[in-house]
Every structure is written in structure tokens, then in C-alpha cells.
Design a protein around this ligand. Structure first.
Ligand SMILES: [Cu+2]
Length: 122
């Protein structure tokens, strides 16, 4: 039963993740907002941001982190990030999507990892 549920989950996600074990953050884009609009990440901890669109083409751009990707309806856009600095980094839609587009934004908050300084527990 568990395995079947896992397989279904993998199929629904469009295939297995590139790197199992990495944290995946799901973000839904629609006119004119992202949900969630605040993404919490940890310094040096890889994460995959998975974006889907509920209506039309959008973009996801985080200039300060050097990230950008197109977000198209019916597809899952994945972008991998390993935050290299602590802080708050704005992201926004960079594909014009109508009046209200300018407000389509959010932020990534990178905090220092609790595990920083440890040398691994194994
Ligand atoms: Cu837009």
C-alpha cells in the first residue's frame, strides 16, 4: 500500500526528483501572486523550488541569487538553489501577465543553518 502511494506521488510530480532527499518547496503562481510568497531557506542547504502556474505564463526571477525560470501552465518548473548568503531576496514575475503584474512578487528568506559548524553526525 505504501509503495503504491509513493509511486502515485512520483507520477503525479512528473517523475522522481533529481536528487532524493533534497527539500522541495512548492510554489503556485497565478495572476498576480505567488503562493506562498515567502520561501524560507537555510544557508548552504540545497533546495528545489518547484513552480506551477494556475492560469498563464509567468516568470520567477531572483536577481540577487542569480535564479530565473519560466513558469508555464501544465508544466512544473524546477530550479535548484543552494543559498550562499543569509538575507532576504526579492523575487518577482518577469513575464508580463497583465495589469497587476508589477505587484507579483515575494521573497526568499535565507537563515543561518542550525547545523552550521557541525562536522556531520555519522
Ligand atoms: Cu507577470
Amino acid at each position: 500500500m505504501r509503495l503504491a502511494a509513493l509511486l502515485i506521488a512520483l507520477l503525479a510530480a512528473g517523475g522522481p526528483p533529481e536528487n532524493p532527499g533534497e527539500r522541495v518547496v512548492h510554489v503556485v503562481a497565478r495572476k498576480f501572486a505567488y503562493s506562498p510568497d515567502v520561501i524560507q531557506l537555510q544557508l548552504g542547504v540545497p533546495a528545489i523550488i518547484e513552480l506551477t502556474s494556475l492560469d498563464r505564463d509567468h516568470g520567477f526571477s531572483v536577481p540577487e541569487l542569480g535564479l530565473r525560470i519560466d513558469v508555464e501552465p501544465g508544466k512544473t518548473a524546477r530550479v535548484r538553489v543552494v543559498p550562499g548568503k543569509v538575507g532576504t531576496f526579492e523575487f518577482h514575475c518577469d513575464v508580463f501577465c497583465g495589469s497587476g503584474h508589477e505587484e507579483m512578487a515575494g521573497r526568499i528568506v535565507v537563515s543561518a543553518s542550525a547545523a552550521m559548524g557541525g562536522s556531520g553526525g555519522r
